[in-house]
Design a protein around this ligand. Structure first.
Ligand code: ATR
Length: 275
């Protein structure tokens, strides 16, 4: 039996169990994916227990994505660079940490909008943990330029500094985006602005978005944020956050099982549980 789990604090709201249990069933793999509440002081002992019990995989969510790294035997290069782990693979007692958030996001963006990111100008709103994984994955797509726009400009500058050897990247304060937005092909909101219950808020004024570009939002509650609704009204192609969630899970499942993930079944399972 393949034993899998997600650990977090809190964990009750997590849609990962419903999504992965549906996937295991669809793949005909005998096993189970459990939600487990682990508080920060129990993180180390929880990880050793998983090893002892022979769990094949663990997803790691808030607040453990950074702290869990010190309990692992190996960490994938790109997870080191991002500075966070959301997926652990147990290979005969050796635990390896990966980060599938950013690559899951980019896979979803490409699959759902059919965009070719090569040569594109991309603006990322926000410079927090979510933005880090996404910038790391976008940098692999050979864009023309990445612009990080953040309320706290210093955080954006620091992040641009970290990736400048890999990709053409710059930073600005989020109040100054209007001038350069006209040159963007893709705009991605990674901030929490617009998330339930403050659903009328938007990270930037949607009136500034050039008509016809691609606009994406990591938020999936609501499934279509105000930012996306307004962008759609302006003739933009919109992309919501559910796909990122599904695809970070798809990559994790593929690491654990070695089989292609049943992405549409996983998406359907999550959508059903959101109703
Ligand atoms: P996450 O891991 O979800 O990215 P985070 O690391 O706390 O969370 O980062 C949150 C991001 O949303 C940051 O870019 C934050 O801007 P600051 O760096 O200036 O704090 C941004 N953010 C959150 N609430 C915001 C608000 N009300 N206005 C502007 N930016 C906001």
């Amino acid at each position: 039996r393949m034993l899998l789990a997600v650990i977090g604090d809190p964990i009750a709201h997590s849609k990962s169990p419903v999504m992965h249990n549906a996937a295991l069933e669809a793949l005909g793999i005998e096993g189970e994916y459990f939600p487990l509440h682990v508080s920060p002081e129990d993180l180390g002992s929880a990880i050793s227990k998983f090893k002892e019990l022979g769990f094949r995989g663990i997803n790691v969510t808030i607040p453990h994505k950074v702290d869990v790294m010190k309990y692992l035997d190996q960490i994938d290069d790109s997870a080191v660079r991002i500075g966070a782990v959301n997926t652990i693979v147990n290979e005969n007692g050796i635990l390896t940490g990966y980060n599938t958030d950013g690559i899951g996001y980019v896979r979803s963006l490409k699959d759902e909008t059919h965009v070719d990111l090569r040569g594109k100008s991309i603006m990322v709103l926000g410079a927090g943990g979510a933005a880090r994984g996404i910038i790391s994955a976008l940098a692999q797509e050979d864009p023309k330029t990445l612009v990080i726009a953040n309320r706290t400009e210093d955080k954006a500058i620091q992040m641009a500094e970290e990736w400048k050897s890999v990709v053409n990247i710059s930073a600005i304060t989020i109040d100054k985006v209007s001038d350069i937005l006209a040159d963007m092909d893709v705009v991605i909101n990674t901030t929490s602005i617009g998330m339930h219950p403050n659903t009328s808020h938007t990270a930037i004024d949607p009136e500034l978005i050039p008509p016809g570009i691609i606009v994406s939002d990591l938020i999936y509650n609501p499934l279509t944020t105000e930012f996306l609704k307004k962008s759609h009204e302006r003739g933009c192609t919109i992309h919501g956050g559910l796909g990122m969630f599904v695809n970070q899970g798809a990559y994790a499942l593929e690491y654990w099982t070695g089989k292609p993930a049943p992405i549409e079944m996983m998406r359907t399972a999550v959508l059903k549980s959101l109703q």
